[in-house]
Design a protein around this ligand. Structure first.
Ligand code: NAI
Ligand SMILES: N[C@@H](CCC(=O)N[C@@H](CSC=O)C(=O)NCC(=O)O)C(=O)O
Ligand code: ZN
Ligand code: ZN
Length: 379
């Protein structure tokens, strides 16, 4: 291929500063170095975490940056030492890598590979440098993925090859929100058959939690959102009951404890709001209720509750990427989608062009979208 070993000039949506609209720019993407892979991004969705970092609330937020971490694409070229993917493979970039060598990867207790976590948080490749420039200015990478670009470079531990039969405009969602919610229920909380569950926030992440609770055989799955338009949509994902906190004067935990004979077996916070994190914990049943934090709260925010809530048997947990060991699991989730065990199409509320990327953020903020999928390059 003519581009191998050479910089590629292409379009990317650049975030020049917090709260600024993304600007489609011509950027240069350097070739992959050792243990790196350059990908032609075909599709990307927009996750709330992109909006969170763009808002300036992320303590690790850096600008200028190429955001995006829920994408799919095709390998354009590989650096020395790359063994697991080849040119032409269909792939999903992974913001939680899996090196299979670090202490975290070797433990069955976590999916949080730490091999490249420091450089990833610094917005650079593992060797400390960026592959992106725009008019000679360095751009930062984001979450090891940067999918808001026609081409990106990722570490070889941050990518997985998937079945070529899978539609890339759907399986891009397996880069973040859907596995996160589905795994929060199945891997982190370990929802039990017949149990009662409640989910705060019915965006893609919360809806995927509902699907995970249903897969685990939950008997009741309550969806909680201040946007009542989400309730009808949520029925497709297994939710059985709905509560809008705006309809009540008393604290929502009191409402839920009354509705569920003492509280829920499992609760999930999928908003990123420390007040709802507290409500989710305090809505758990005394003695055994488990609350899982999925939402990402802004810089400086802290959670609180009376320690008595934990003394009396409630458990507070958290999850990143739903606890999935990424390179092992994402190809299996693709197969679950292909065999219709896992929903993906139902999460796609909008298909937009790359030029409409700021509209995708607007649709998220107004609560009109579940996931907007942007076409970046034709397959
Ligand atoms: N832990 C992890 O690995 C991951 C965490 N996240 C985080 O999960 C959260 C959800 O992400 P998305 O589903 O993409 O977001 P979204 O913006 O699509 O959905 C959020 C939902 O919360 C609802 N909401 C907002 N404030 C509320 C309140 N006070 N009470 C009840 N409902 C309220 C909104 O109406 C909306 O339906 C975000 O904080 C995101 O950063 C996302 C992906 C992975
Ligand atoms: N950068 C933030 C933390 C952001 C965060 O918690 N990210 C989640 C994924 S959110 C995906 O949409 C995560 O996986 N965290 C684990 C990690 O190692 O970052 C901050 O500094 O607070
Ligand atoms: Zn995300
Ligand atoms: Zn590792």
């Amino acid at each position: 291929m003519a581009t191998i070993g050479k910089p590629i000039e292409c379009k990317a949506a650049v975030a020049w500063g917090p709260n600024e609209h993304l600007k489609i720019e011509t950027i240069q993407v350097a070739p992959p170095e050792d243990h790196e892979v350059r990908i032609k991004i075909c599709y990307t969705a927009v996750c709330h975490t992109d909006a969170y970092t763009l808002s300036g609330q992320d303590p690790e937020g850096l600008f200028p940056v190429v955001l995006g971490h829920e994408g799919s694409g095709i390998v354009e070229s590989i650096g020395k030492g790359v063994t697991d993917v080849a040119i032409g493979d269909h792939v999903i970039p992974l913001y939680v890598p899996q090196c299979r060598e670090c202490k975290f990867c070797k433990s069955s207790k976590t999916n949080l590979c730490q091999k490249i976590r420091v450089s990833q948080g610094q917005g650079v490749m593992p060797n400390g440098t960026s592959r992106f420039t725009c008019n000679g200015k360095k751009l930062f990478h984001f979450m090891g993925c940067s999918t808001f670009s026609e081409y990106t470079v990722v570490a070889d531990v941050s990518i997985t090859k998937i079945n070529k039969e899978a539609p890339l405009n759907k399986v891009c969602l397996l880069g973040c929100g859907v596995p996160t919610g589905y795994g929060a229920a199945l891997n982190t909380a370990k929802v039990e058959k017949g149990s009662t569950c409640a989910v705060w926030g019915l965006g893609a992440v919360g809806l995927a939690v509902g699907w995970g609770c249903k897969a685990a055989g939950a008997s009741k799955i309550i969806g909680i959102d201040i946007n009542a338009k989400k309730f009808e949509i949520a029925k497709k994902f297994g939710f059985t009951d709905f509560v809008n906190p705006k309809d009540y004067e008393k604290p929502i935990q009191e409402v839920l404890i009354e509705l569920t004979d003492g509280g829920l077996d499992f609760t999930f916070e999928c908003i990123g709001n420390v007040a709802t994190m507290r409500a989710a914990l305090e809505s758990c049943h005394k003695g055994w209720g488990v609350s899982t934090i999925v939402g990402v709260a802004g810089a400086g925010q802290e959670i609180s509750t009376r320690p008595f809530q934990l003394v009396t048997g409630r458990t507070w947990k958290g999850t990143a990427f739903g606890g999935w060991k990424s390179r092992d699991s994402v190809p299996k989730l693709v197969d679950e989608y292909l065999t219709k065990k896992l929903l993906l199409d139902e999460f796609v509320s909008h298909n937009l062009s790359f030029n409409e990327i700021n509209d995708a953020f607007h649709l998220m903020h107004t609560g009109e979208s579940i996931r907007s999928v942007l076409t970046i390059s034709e397959v």
